[in-house]
Each structure stands twice: as structure tokens, then as C-alpha cells.
Design a protein around this ligand. Structure first.
Ligand SMILES: Cc1ncc(COP(=O)(O)O)c(C=O)c1O
Length: 450
């Protein structure tokens, strides 16, 4: 189950790149070379960079989308109520993802807010959540006046550790938000099993996981509802935008109503002059048109990212102190919104991660640290000390929350994680070799960094 599938063509590309590597004298000890010369002095110390060219830029614009977008603007049908394109996108995205229904939203944040509301998360409830994530994942729980309860991460997979869910459940727990961070699929069978045992609704945060697969099925339709983001950096981008996927018609009707100022939708009973509770979280026509043009490339792009990621996995694991992510049980295809690995500083003369990242950046390889220890960020204390939270949760519960907010797996992960941005993975095999060469060069010259 853990092998990610590549087409025959991709497999051949990887094998031949590996063969070329062997011709150059791999294994890794001779990676720190450029044009046949061994690069000795690190770029951060004034030496020559390993990678001197540029990297693919993101996002790409598809000029063939322009006439349709201009027509739509000229027609004045800019909002979804007056036009057809948002509904068309919803149909196409649901088909692509293998879900019954899709609702497009203004953003991933508003998709999550809608899902939480429709699944009954209310003031004073508790929601279990992955800590290794973007701030929006737990901001929306605070926004629903509920308490996020962080479940520790497994440093090997970078994901929620399903074994640790049970111990964080209380009588107020109503839902869980597993996050397929970086497009790495969570072990959803284990999460769903724990959720069933504790009567929790499951909202997948798939905001970074378009087309990622778990046991051959696309993530985002494996829990009660799944949420996606189409913000500018994403593999499917429209500046801003989001979507909810679901297979339950009634739930999806209620999502539609809530995101559209409470206007009843589908099977919902119409009550004259008495609409339902709701917000305006609608997507615009222009966003839908951009998304439909971007959809033409996402599968091909994801194939390139996967092929390069598998190549990096193979090469990076040969370097002491570099540990690529491990796929969670049941994950069959990751999509790499970022390519993650762990940096074990003890193998690099105890050079701090920040210095390693600076050295790699200096070699012409853009990279960054993963998420910080979000369970300790300032926002949390601000919320817990707010007037509303003090009304909703007893002092004893908040004290217990603080005492239990100890996540050794996640702390380790935050200390060790390093990531490459998704567009780097759209580069060539020789770009990937530059990444490997640069890390080997740093490893071989680690004593000069102290
Ligand atoms: C994991 C995760 N959750 C939620 C969001 C929120 O999505 P948006 O920025 O579209 O509101 C993002 C966006 O970056 C994300 O990466």
C-alpha cells in the first residue's frame, strides 16, 4: 500500500536519471560536484553556488482562458447568482475528486468555517486537530467559539498520530480535523475508526492536498466533509478560493445555504421570510474561470512533482542526517505542496537548523523551516484569556488544557523539519541533482559552518 504509483513513462525517467547519477560516480560522497569539479567552499562562506539557474515560477497563467474571462467581465455577470461558471467548476471538481458534491467557497478558511458550522460545532464545544498546520486550521475553530485540542504529530509522517486521538477526547469533543499537510495523506481509516468510537464528526483539512490519494481514493471525501484552498500558492490556484467536498446530499445542501446568507437550498424546507443562519462565503465567477483553466494542468504537474519527489527520496536518504517523510499507513499518493524532510543536526556537527537552511539557500536552493510549535503561539493564550472563552470554558478546563498541551512528537518535528516549495519540484532532474549536491556539499563541509 505504501508504494506511490508512477506511470511506466515516469518510472523510466527516474531509473535513467539514477543511472546517469551512477555514471557520475554516486553514491553520495561525490555528489558535491559541478561540471566535474568538486565544490569545496560553501557559498555561505564565499564559495561558488551549486545552483546558479532559476527555478520554476508559480503560478502559471494560461492565456487561452483570457477571452472567456473578458466576456464574463463585459457581461456584468460577476457573482455566482448571475452566472453559470461557479456551478460548472463545482461539477468538474467533484468529478475530478471522485466525490458526489462540491461547493465552491471564497477561500479554504470559509470552507472550513462552513463545514464546522454544518457539522454542528458550536460555542463551548471542543474540536481535536493536527498541530502541524497552517494557522487557519485552528483559527476557524476559535472562530466557531470552540476549543481546539491538539493531538500530537508523528514526526516520521509529519501528520496527526492516530494512536494519540483517544486520550484527548472529552465529553465536549464533537469533531476532529485531520490535516493532509503538504499533500501527505493522513491514515484516514485509523482517524475514522477513532472518530466513530468517540462519536466525532470528521472534517478533512485537504487545503494542501488536491488529488492526493489514500487507499486509491482521493482525499477530501473520506470523512464527513473535506475542505480545499485555491489561494495563490496552491497547486490549483485562483488568487483566493476554496471548496467543500461531500457525499451526503443533505449536508451539502446545508453547506450551500450557510455559505449563501442562509438561503435554503435543494431539499431544505423553504420558510418564507425566515431564512436560515448563514454568511456570505460565495466564490466569484472570475475565480471559477481561472480554476477551470488551471485544472487542465494539475494532473500533469502532480506527476512531475511526484517523479521528482521520489527521486529526491531515493537520493536524500543516502545522506547522513537527512530523513525524508514516511508515508502514513494506507497513503497511496502524496502531492507535495511542499517536499518535506527532517534535518538531524547531530549528524551535521550540531549546526542549528537555521544555519543549515541559510547555507542551503546560499547554494541557490530555496528552502524553509516547517511550521512552528503552533500549539504554543500567542494567538492561543489571547483566545483562552478572552471574555468569551472564559464564559464558555471553566477555569479548571482551561488549566487542564494548558497542562495537557504537551506535544513531544510535534516539538521534535518542528525542530527538525525542512521543506522545499512545490514549484521547485516542477524543475528538471538536473535541478534535483543540484539539491542533492548542495546538501552533500554542506554535509562534507559541515566543519566550516561551526
Ligand atoms: C492547511 C491549510 N488549512 C487552511 C488553509 C486556509 O485556506 P485559505 O488561505 O484559502 O483561506 C490553508 C491555506 O494556506 C492551509 O494551508
Amino acid at each position: 500500500m505504501k508504494t506511490q504509483k508512477l506511470t511506466r513513462r515516469q518510472a523510466i525517467t527516474i531509473t535513467s536519471a539514477g543511472f546517469a547519477g551512477a555514471m557520475l560516480g554516486f553514491p553520495f560522497r561525490s555528489f558535491g560536484i559541478k561540471n566535474g569539479r568538486q565544490l569545496k567552499k560553501l557559498a555561505i562562506n564565499g564559495g561558488e553556488k551549486v545552483h546558479t539557474g532559476s527555478w520554476p515560477q508559480w503560478p502559471y497563467w494560461d492565456q487561452s482562458a483570457e477571452p472567456g474571462i473578458i466576456d464574463m467581465f463585459r457581461s456584468g455577470r460577476w457573482w455566482r447568482g448571475g452566472g453559470e461558471y461557479v456551478a460548472e467548476f463545482e461539477k468538474k471538481y467533484a468529478e475530478l475528486m471522485g466525490a458526489k458534491r462540491c461547493l465552491a467557497t471564497a477561500s479554504g478558511t470559509t470552507a472550513l468555517l462552513t463545514a464546522l458550522h454544518v457539522l454542528g460545532v458550536d460555542a463551548g464545544d471542543e474540536v481535536l486537530v493536527s498541530p502541524f498546520t497552517f494557522i487557519a486550521t485552528y483559527n476557524v475553530i476559535f472562530g466557531s467559539k470552540a476549543l481546539p485540542v491538539f493531538v500530537d504529530s508523528d514526526p516520521e509522517t509529519f501528520l496527526i498520530d492516530p494512536k494519540k486521538i483517544g486520550s484527548r477526547v472529552t465529553e465536549r469533543s464533537v469533531a476532529i480535523v485531520p490535516v493532509h499537510i503538504y499533500g501527505l495523506p493522513v491514515d484516514m481509516d485509523s482517524v475514522n475508526k477513532a472518530a466513530k468510537a468517540h462519536n466525532l464528526k470528521v472534517i478533512e483539512d485537504a487545503c494542501q492536498a488536491w488529488l492526493a490519494e489514500y487507499r486509491g481514493k482521493r482525499v477530501g471525501s473520506l470523512g464527513d466533509l473535506g475542505c480545499f484552498s485555491f489561494q495563490n500558492s496552491k497547486h490549483l490556484a485562483s488568487g483566493e478560493g476554496g471548496a467543500i467536498l461531500g457525499n451526503d446530499e443533505d449536508l451539502m445542501d446545508r453547506c450551500n445555504a450557510y455559505h449563501n446568507c442562509g438561503r435554503p437550498y435543494g431539499s431544505m424546507k423553504k420558510i418564507p421570510g425566515n431564512p436560515y443562519n448563514g454568511m456570505n462565503y460565495r466564490m466569484q465567477q472570475s475565480q471559477a474561470l481561472i480554476l477551470m483553466s488551471q485544472m487542465k494542468r494539475i494532473e500533469k504537474d502532480n506527476d512531475v512533482r511526484l517523479s521528482n519527489a521520489l527521486y529526491l527520496d531515493k537520493k536524500l536518504k543516502e545522506i547522513p542526517g537527512i530523513i525524508p517523510y514516511k508515508l502514513a499507513e494506507g497513503a497511496t499518493r502524496a502531492v507535495y505542496h511542499l517536499y518535506p524532510f527532517r534535518y538531524i543536526k547531530e549528524q551535521f556537527n550540531n549546526i542549528p537548523k537555521g544555519k543549515f537552511i541559510a547555507a542551503l539557500n546560499a547554494e541557490g536552493i530555496p528552502c524553509s523551516s516547517g511550521y512552528g510549535k503552533q500549539n504554543n503561539d500567542g494567538l492561543i493564550e489571547e483566545q483562552l484569556n478572552s471574555k468569551g472563552f472564559k464564559r464558555l470554558f471553566s477555569e479548571a478546563r482551561l488549566k487542564q488544557w494548558r497542562e495537557e498541551n504537551v506535544l513531544p512528537g510535534n516539538d521534535q518535528l518542528c525542530d527538525q523539519a525542512v521543506t522545499f516549495y512545490q514549484s521547485i519540484l516542477l524543475g528538471s532532474k538536473s535541478d534535483m541533482d543540484d539539491i542533492v549536491n548542495a546538501i552533500v556539499k554542506i554535509y562534507e563541509n559541515r566543519s566550516s559552518l561551526v
